[in-house]
Design a protein around this ligand. Structure first.
Ligand SMILES: NC(=O)c1ccc[n+]([C@@H]2O[C@H](COP(=O)([O-])OP(=O)(O)OC[C@H]3O[C@@H](n4cnc5c(N)ncnc54)[C@H](OP(=O)(O)O)[C@@H]3O)[C@@H](O)[C@H]2O)c1
Length: 264
């Protein structure tokens, strides 16, 4: 899809990937509704974009029904939306037994329930042709120790994207799933960066991820896994999960140490 003049709702625009994405989309002539939770950060971002008067901002906690309603009823969406990008997300790196109920609920509510409900509410206002882009993760294709809840939320959004895409076949609306690997943003705690460095896991910049996401939108790619070897591991995990079990078992002690798990 040519992005020039397209009306795009971008959730999580105040985050690392969202901010880079907002810039890349605005440079292509898109009209953005930028969502986040920090009014000053969002307004600063809007003013940095080409043609700031074309863009709007809205603050809302998407874990609450009120927050989602505020977004759904924003005047900028009244006449329709061409692209919905479900990007807002959160994670908590810890063994399952070390996570509170609140931490578990928060990840599932923001990463899974909110995009499902936003998508359902906005479907009648999506133009045809229109695009829904769900930002998943390589942890939506590989179960990783310390990320059991995050993986549950991202496996779910991948299943949702695939099923809804098939449900909407022929409607003019396409559902795209885009899965970044580790990316340098505030999402990841310092111990995650330290662990990735020790394990030799590559980390992308938000700008690299935003570039690839924009290409996926322009080419309307249904499934994008960012980066080697993650792309390969996702396929390997689907075909020969026992191999990945063994590879991750070898990293178990290191991962447990960075997750500050008491038995490590
Ligand atoms: N960074 C990675 O390593 C990585 C890897 C794979 C996939 N991803 C996915 O990429 C997406 C963007 O992540 P990021 O790395 O850019 O994260 P980030 O820098 O932490 O930004 C997260 C965004 O989500 C918003 N947000 C957080 N809690 C919210 C809530 N309760 N209600 C509404 N908005 C909320 C934040 O708004 P405020 O800042 O205003 O709170 C921010 O705009 C997420 O879906 C994430 O799972 C990231």
């Amino acid at each position: 899809m040519n992005l020039d003049g397209k009306r795009i709702l971008l959730t999580g625009a105040s985050g690392g990937i969202g901010e880079a994405l907002a810039l890349a989309l605005a440079e292509r002539g898109a009209h953005l509704l930028l969502h986040g939770r920090q009014p000053l950060a969002l307004e600063r971002l809007r003013l940095q974009l080409p043609a700031p008067e074309r863009h709007h901002t809205l603050c809302a906690d998407l874990r609450s029904a009120e927050g989602r309603l505020a977004l759904i009823h924003h005047p900028a969406l009244e006449s329709g939306v061409d692209i919905l990008i479900n990007n807002a997300g959160t994670n908590h790196f810890a063994w399952l037994e070390d996570q509170s109920e609140e931490q578990i609920a928060s990840q599932l509510e923001l990463n899974t329930l909110a995009p499902l409900l936003l998508t359902r509410a906005l479907l009648p206002r999506l133009t045809r042709p229109g695009l829904i882009m769900n930002v998943g993760s390589s942890f939506g294709g590989i179960g990783y120790p310390g990320y059991s809840v995050y993986c549950a939320s991202k496996f779910a959004i991948r299943g949702f994207s695939e099923a809804l895409g098939r449900e909407l076949a022929g409607s003019g609306i396409k559902v795209l799933h885009f899965a970044p690997r580790a990316t340098r943003t505030h999402l990841n705690a310092p111990e995650v960066y330290a662990m990735n460095a020790e394990l030799g896991t590559h980390t992308d910049t938000p700008e690299e991820v935003a570039d690839q996401l924009v290409q996926s939108l322009e080419r309307e790619r249904t499934r994008t896994w960012v980066g080697w070897p993650e792309k390969l591991f996702v396929r390997l995990n689907a075909l020969l999960p026992g191999l990945v079990d063994r590879a991750l078992a070898r990293q178990h002690a290191v991962i447990a140490r960075f997750a500050h798990h008491k038995e490590a």
